[in-house]
Structure formats: structure tokens, C-alpha cells
Design a protein around this ligand. Structure first.
Ligand code: KIV
Length: 281
């Protein structure tokens, strides 16, 4: 009999207990191959609905479906054993009622075996967050710049610079955390507001374009790797330019194929009789 020695996956309660402690490190992941590389380096992987833009080439997150989130969420969970995996609820699957949200979230949890779901919105979503949490579904909130509301917000500009909007974002964050969310993504707000919100809520804030004042940080992995190069927001730090590497590799491969350098003998199967003859010489 063999004994399982693999360390256990982090839990949402461990993430919650890191409020004000060591910074939480989070990235997005959409596929098994990339999730496997990121898993042991981060605390939390988000299967974000940003996959609509990054993987599927849409120009907003709105067209993503529950089926897509389930397929990618399951792939990321199966490929990982360390990080907490959170899956975004897609636009239209949770806003109409807490019951709709429960059906969507329960399907995501059961079919992907992820640790939690994330949903966007503030005071208007607090009842839904409480409904899910009371029924055993851990929820991560998302306030500030909420991409699913891009049509209402009029674009992807940072938010909360005027007093009224600032007060609204503070109230949104507080409502979601009071409703039972275990953490809160804060997107596209200035440092003063991020600091005030982080001080006001009892759970970790995870910033994206929200300054170092948050309890943790998240980036879209393809942005920080330089794979998704269509547009680079101010808050993204590019750690690599893998898009350039992919293009260069494709160019070398094309050249090898066209000139006959690939496949070489070492990439080519030979018949057993020929192999034996070659070994005897
Ligand atoms: O969908 C996503 O990738 C997100 C992050 C930007 C937080 O929600």
C-alpha cells in the first residue's frame, strides 16, 4: 500500500485567514497545461471569464457561457493540487435571482470540483452572496471596475475618483463582505480608495489595477507573460514576452519544414529489421 504524501490543496478558510498577513499571490488560468506550471507558485488560481477575450477572441467577457466555464474550470482543477481554484460565474447566469445564482454556482462546483465561485457586483448582489454562502458555496466578490458591466460603465476606465462613486464602491465592497464573501477582488481603483476599502473589510482584498494597498494581487496570466498583446493596461507588468517567442519558434519550424531539416532521423520511426541491422554495424 502506498501512502499519499502530496500536500493538501489550500482552502478558502486559509485564504481568508491571510487578511493583513503575507500577500496573497493569484493568477488566472484557463487550461490544464498552464495551470500545472502556475499551481505551486501561487495561492489562488482564477478561471476568469476573461477567457472570453484571451482564449476565445471576443471583445468583452459577456459572451462566455456556463458550459465554457465548466469545461475550463474542470481542466484547471484536474491539473492542480496546491492552489485554491475559483471559477467565475458568467454574465447572465446569476444576476436575475439568488435561485438562478445557486443553480449556476452549484453546477460549477459539482462539475469542476473547484473551491469557490466569483461574481461581480456590489450592494445589489449582497442578498445573492448571502444566499449562496448559507447553502455551502464559498463566494469571492468583485467590485470597482466590473467588466461584465462594461456597457453601463461606458468602458474599462479606472473608477472611484469622484466622491459619490468612491462612496458607492466602498459601500459595495462592505455589503459583499458582510454578506459572507471570503475575499474581494478590487479592480481599477486608485490607491487611496483601495487602502480605505482594505482597511474597512474583514476579508482579504485582491487587487488588479488597485495599487499595493490590497492584501493580495491578481493578473491575467497571458498579460503578464506577454502572450495576449492586443492591449496592455497601465497596471500590467510584463514578466516575459512569450508572444514573441511563440512567433519566433513558429518561424523556425516553418523554415525547417520547408528546407527539409525537420523531421530529422531522430524524429523518424524506423522498421525493426532496419534498426537491428543498424545496431549490428
Ligand atoms: O476574469 C478575470 O480574469 C478577472 C480578473 C481580472 C480578476 O475577473
Amino acid at each position: 500500500m502506498s501512502i499519499e504524501t502530496r500536500p493538501q490543496r489550500l482552502s478558502v478558510t486559509r485564504i481568508k485567514s491571510r487578511k493583513g498577513g503575507d500577500k496573497l499571490v493569484c493568477l488566472t488560468a484557463y487550461t490544464a497545461s498552464v495551470a500545472r506550471q502556475l499551481d505551486e507558485e501561487v495561492d489562488l488560481l482564477l478561471v476568469g471569464d476573461s477567457l472570453a477575450m484571451v482564449v476565445y477572441g471576443f471583445d468583452s467577457t459577456l459572451p462566455v457561457t456556463l458550459d465554457m466555464m465548466v469545461a475550463h474550470g474542470g481542466a484547471v482543477v484536474r491539473a492542480t493540487h496546491h492552489a485554491v481554484v475559483v471559477v467565475d460565474l458568467p454574465f447572465g447566469s446569476y444576476q436575475a435571482s439568488p435561485q438562478d445564482a445557486f443553480r449556476a454556482a452549484a453546477r460549477v462546483m459539482a462539475e469542476t470540483q473547484c473551491n469557490a465561485v466569483k461574481l461581480e457586483g456590489g450592494e445589489e448582489m449582497a442578498e445573492t452572496v448571502a444566499f449562496l454562502v448559507k447553502r455551502g458555496i464559498p463566494v469571492m466578490g468583485h467590485v470597482g471596475l466590473t467588466p461584465q458591466a462594461v456597457n453601463q460603465l461606458g468602458g474599462y476606465r479606472s473608477r472611484g475618483h469622484e466622491a459619490a462613486e468612491r462612496r458607492k464602491i466602498l459601500a459595495d465592497g462592505a455589503a459583499i463582505c458582510d454578506a459572507g464573501a471570503f475575499s474581494l477582488v478590487v479592480e481599477g481603483v486608485n490607491e487611496g480608495l483601495a487602502r480605505e476599502l482594505t482597511a474597512a473589510v474583514a476579508v482579504p482584498t485582491i487587487g488588479i489595477g488597485a495599487s499595493p494597498a490590497c492584501d493580495g494581487q491578481i493578473l491575467v496570466t497571458d498579460d503578464m507573460l506577454g502572450v495576449y498583446a492586443e492591449f496592455t493596461p497601465k497596471f500590467v507588468k510584463r514578466y516575459r514576452r512569450l508572444g514573441d517567442d511563440i512567433r519566433a519558434a513558429a518561424r523556425e519550424y516553418a523554415d525547417d519544414v520547408r528546407t527539409g531539416r525537420f523531421p530529422a532521423p531522430e524524429h523518424t520511426y524506423t522498421a525493426p529489421a532496419k534498426r537491428a541491422k543498424a545496431a549490428a554495424h
